[in-house]
Design a protein around this ligand. Structure first.
Ligand code: GDP
Ligand code: GDP
Length: 448
């Protein structure tokens, strides 16, 4: 396995190394003390910064008898950390300004080959301003103002660290085979759309039910079973069922209908949600509201027209619903639409195959290279506006999450970026990076 990217935090005692370490690692592992040079072991942790993951070494607290010199022991330990690191994060105290010891460390770092990111800590408020300016004199480039204690300067720090610690995707460990993880599936729709019939039908056909298992919440349970896909593989499915639905399925109590709350709960636990329509009724406003809710929750959505067996004018009906969706669900153009019959079983294999497929897209990570090539291209084709004659600068984009896919754009004056431009990017991303109708989230962060 490739070595994990590593950052060493370096600096004289009391500049805030441990505080920063704690913030990045997210656990209160390190001791923080006001007394300079409190003895601590070298600590390492898994750091996470806006989706960047790396190993971090805190070199805090190497015994220091004479604070005016760089003691040999500190230097030996720090040298060891530096050799392992892809980048050194050199911290100074912006409130204290540059001290002789800072200068000595800087001199030493300049003679080493490890890239250095200079950060001026304790820069919250005004008290750090002069120290920040002084920091330029260290000859290590532009200092990044941060406040480890208050969590400020995170974006800036991210931008400076990213080139050193971001791994190319081929280094990433292969994700476990998605298809071996149960597909969490929920089926929603208006009363009488055929949800219970559909569930009974799939469960009837599959003899490999391992559930039903109680769990998740008081009101909803999951049923585990394996779908025998046409390619001969058994694929695990976890159907997120609701109490209301199951009871009804059992006792055929036509009066008890799936309440809105039940449906919502099922959506929350699902990865993929099938919205069932009734072919004899077509698409109605309530269906669009449910679809909208599913997308807002960030779930992958499939729409199935049920009761296809009794529908008339099949092709016209299908085209009509497709067009109505295009219009009424413009936030997810091209949401997969299938025709099924819960009664006869028609289309159910295709429905499950589509559900597995869309989960894969929903879980996908785009490489930073591919993402930014697309991004630069999209900006070039249609540059962002320049409100008041001042250009909005979009610098780069990074994927911060999957399931659903989420992205952050970094740049300047992003608060001026119109929603229409974000929509342009979102739609472009869907089409050109093959996210289809999966809900994609793009947010923005302004760097200084
Ligand atoms: P280390 O010796 O470099 O590891 O420094 P510590 O993390 O132990 O911090 C030394 C002192 O500086 C502690 O009292 C911290 O609370 C304080 N400190 C750390 N970061 C900040 C900051 O961003 N702003 C301010 N005002 N104080 C900080
Ligand atoms: P739910 O309220 O969404 O759970 O709907 P049900 O499963 O109770 O179905 C409502 C009615 O539609 C019942 O009378 C079902 O027999 C009928 N139904 C469900 N699926 C189909 C189908 O694919 N074809 C036909 N013809 N009727 C169906």
């Amino acid at each position: 396995m490739a070595k994990q990217p590593t950052v060493a935090i370096i600096g004289r005692p009391n500049v805030g190394k441990s505080t920063l370490f704690n913030r990045l690692v997210g656990k209160r592992l390190a001791l923080v003390d006001d007394r300079p040079g409190v003895t601590r072991d070298r600590r390492e942790g898994e750091a996470s910064l806006l989706g960047l993951e790396f190993r971090i070494i805190d070199t805090a607290g190497y015994e220091d008898e004479d604070p005016q010199t760089l003691p040999g022991r500190m230097r030996a330990q720090t040298s060891a950390a530096l050799r392992e690191a892809d980048a050194a994060l050199f911290l100074i105290d912006a409130r204290a300004g540059v001290t002789p010891l800072d200068e000595e460390i800087a001199r030493w770092l300049r003679s080493e080959t490890t890239p250095v990111i200079l950060a001026a800590n304790k820069a919250e408020g005004k008290a750090g301003e002069s120290g920040l300016l002084e920091a330029y004199s260290l000859g290590l480039g532009e200092p990044v103002p941060i406040s480890a204690e208050h969590g400020e300067g995170v974006v800036d720090l991210f931008e400076h660290l990213r080139p050193h610690v971001e791994r190319e995707e081929e280094d990433e460990p292969e994700p476990e085979d998605e298809n071996d993880r149960p597909l969490k599936l929920a089926i929603v729709g208006r009363p009488n759309a055929g949800k219970s019939t559909l569930i009974n039908r799939i469960l009837e056909e599959e003899r490999l039910i391992t559930g039903p298992e109680a769990g998740i919440t008081r009101d909803s349970i999951s049923i585990d079973w394996e779908w025998q896909s046409p390619d001969g593989r058994a694929r695990p499915v976890r159907l997120i069922d609701t109490a209301g639905m199951r009871k009804k399925a059992k006792v055929q109590d036509k009066l008890e209908k799936l309440s809105v709350a039940d449906g919502r709960r099922a959506v929350e636990f699902a990865e993929v949600v099938v919205l069932l329509l009734d072919a004899t009724l077509g698409l109605e406003a309530q269906d669009l509201r449910i679809a909208d809710y599913v997308l807002q929750e960030g779930r992958a959505l499939l729409i199935a027209i049920n009761k296809w067996d009794v529908a008339e004018n099949h092709s016209q009906l299908f085209q009509g619903i497709r067009a109505a969706l295009q219009e009424g669900l413009s936030q997810a153009p091209g949401v997969p639409l299938l025709a099924v019959s819960a009664m006869t079983g028609k289309g159910l294999d295709q429905l499950l195959a589509a559900a597995f497929e869309i989960r894969e897209v929903w879980s996908r990570r785009v490489s930073t290279g591919q993402l930014n090539r697309w991004f630069e291209d999209a900006i070039e084709r249609n540059p962002p506006p320049a409100p008041g004659g001042k250009r909005i600068k979009l610098r780069y984009i990074t994927q911060v999450n999957t399931r659903p896919p989420a992205f952050v754009i970094f740049g300047n004056r992003l608060e001026m970026l119109p929603d229409s431009y974000l929509r342009y990017l979102t739609n472009g991303m869907r089409k050109e990076l093959d996210f289809g109708a999966v809900p994609v989230r793009i947010s923005t962060r302004t760097s200084r």
